[in-house]
Design a binder for this molecule. Sequence first.
Ligand code: GRG
Length: 295
Amino acid sequence: MPDFQSWVTGHQHRFEDVLRRLLPAGDVAPQRLHQAMRYSVLDGGKRVRPLLAFAAGEVTHAEPERVQVAAAAVELIHAYSLVHDDMPCMDDDVLRRGKPTCHVEYDEATALLVGDALQSLAFQLLSAHCLNDDAARQLEMVKLLAVASGSRGMAGGQAIDLESVGEQLALPELEQMHIHKTGALIRAAILLGAHCGKAEQAQLVALERYAHCMGLAFQVVDDVLDAEADTATLGKTAGKDADNDKPTYVTLLGARQARQMASELHSAALDALRPLGTPARRLQELADFIVLRKY
Ligand code: GRG
């Protein structure tokens, strides 16, 4: 079995090829839109959600060819959310993944269409490829991603985020915001990866618990990094939360307690995996990676 770092880089390289293949070619009309879609998705990002999908697929012995399509659908939704989030009407940022944001490199109207088209492509992938021998289960998978990315999931979390600028939220409210904004898509990645195989109920219960903890842990660490890391390391503008007067785990708890919270969520995530045994090894290692990451 390869060590964790080789497993990660192997999957990242193969997944990059998958995305290159699934995205429309840049020389096919409308060229500018297709080029901007490729610009926004390829050559960047940690690919945490796809890695979580691959690791969850290992638990249910899913075929990697199926998981990679589900992982691509989630990553396209993630990329769309970043493109829209960076636009002047939202977070108004100029740097993403170490390069100019989509609306800076292209223009605002193109960035809007890139997000729209990436979202549509995600659902096209989920419905056009066979991801499970049971058609009803595959339909459930489409619904899962739709709910995770819509107003009861990521988009809803973003709406709460925009409303909370300048507000001091209580911890449960902050948690609700992030369960939707960040956690919903992380949960979807894990469950979709698992559903590409024969997922048993007990496995799904364990994966749900793990996903809940990792979704929150991811955001707590993101808040700490935003406050403490530099722009060059992050590849996006550091200190944006404070600049935008946004409530975060760091403003609410202080950096030390926020790190403590991440560490408790990490332990709870590992506890959740225990019943799954050795096949959950990559999920375990990803939990370590997500909590200890520096960017
Ligand atoms: C516009 C509908 C809509 C939603 C936007 C995800 C999101 C909601 C906004 C992104 C802003 C942000 C900093 C969110 C918090 C955590 C997060 C999702 C960080 C970025 O994810 P990474 O670190 O990014 O996985 P890479 O670039 O590695 O893929």
